[in-house]
Design a protein around this ligand. Structure first.
Ligand SMILES: *Cc1c(COP(=O)(O)O)cnc(C)c1O
Length: 232
């Protein structure tokens, strides 16, 4: 299957899942996850209408940035170390993986240093407890938001989660549902730099389930580009 065919298939599935949850395809942002794939594949996807791409490593963004067509929005979706914020602060449209006040503080500091007026972030929530390393617990979200209010350039736009196990079982559905409930709850609180618009959840194996449970931003790699080869 070609990237073009895969994309049209996925768009159809997104539209169906959106409809199931009373929304439209346009309400769901598709992020094409391009990690391990070369710039040529990314540019092909952009030719097919992809507007948002996701990478999980700072290093890979740096390597591909100049080779990828301009105008596409870059999303950092993987863990971000504070000492690497400076490399991507003026390149990415959104950072999905913010899971500490220390990291938020560094993002604010680097935004100021690099004259970036506003930088979109999502708070990464760990719904699977011990099984996954990154992300804060759902109980800590309120404190993170309180802290964000003290910042000027960091703009909190929503929540992100990665479940420990990709499956379509009830336990995953309930984890998606729990974070969606939190998302809806905190969406009511608007603040200068807090506007909860995006719930980033769902990957190749579970994006339909995630959309049914409220996701409006899905991160899909394998289903678009095929299997990743980490040996290269
Ligand atoms: C790799 C990755 C994805 C995409 O996973 P696929 O199963 O290939 O769709 C989504 N989110 C994050 C954070 C990732 O690192």
């Amino acid at each position: 299957m070609s990237i073009e065919n895969n994309l049209s298939e996925i768009r159809k599935r997104i539209a169906d899942a959106a409809e199931k949850s009373g929304r439209r395809a346009e309400d769901i942002t598709l992020i094409a996850v391009t990690k391990t794939h070369p710039a040529e594949a990314i540019n092909e996807a952009i030719e097919c209408g992809v507007t948002d791409i996701g990478e999980n490593k700072v290093q890979e963004i740096m390597e591909k940035y100049d080779l990828v067509k301009k105008g596409v929005r870059w999303h950092l979706i993987g863990h971000l170390q504070t000492n690497k914020v400076k490399y991507i602060i003026d390149k990415v449209h959104m950072i999905h993986s913010v899971d500490s006040q220390k990291l938020m503080e560094e993002i604010e500091r680097q935004a100021e240093k690099h004259d970036v007026d506003s930088i979109n972030i999502l708070i990464q929530v760990n719904m699977s407890g011990e099984e996954t390393k990154f992300g804060i617990s759902i109980d800590e979200v309120d404190d993170m938001l309180e802290y964000a209010k003290t910042l000027k350039r960091v703009k909190v736009c929503g929540l992100m989660t990665i479940l420990a196990k990709i499956d379509k079982g009830m336990s995953n559905r309930l984890q998606f549902r729990d974070i969606n409930n939190k998302f809806i709850d905190i969406s009511k609180n608007k603040y200068d730099n807090i506007d909860m618009k995006f719930l980033s959840m769902g990957m190749s194996g579970d994006f339909e389930l995630a959309i049914e449970e409220g996701s409006n931003m899905v991160r899909v790699g394998t289903a678009i580009f095929g299997d990743r080869d980490y040996s290269k």
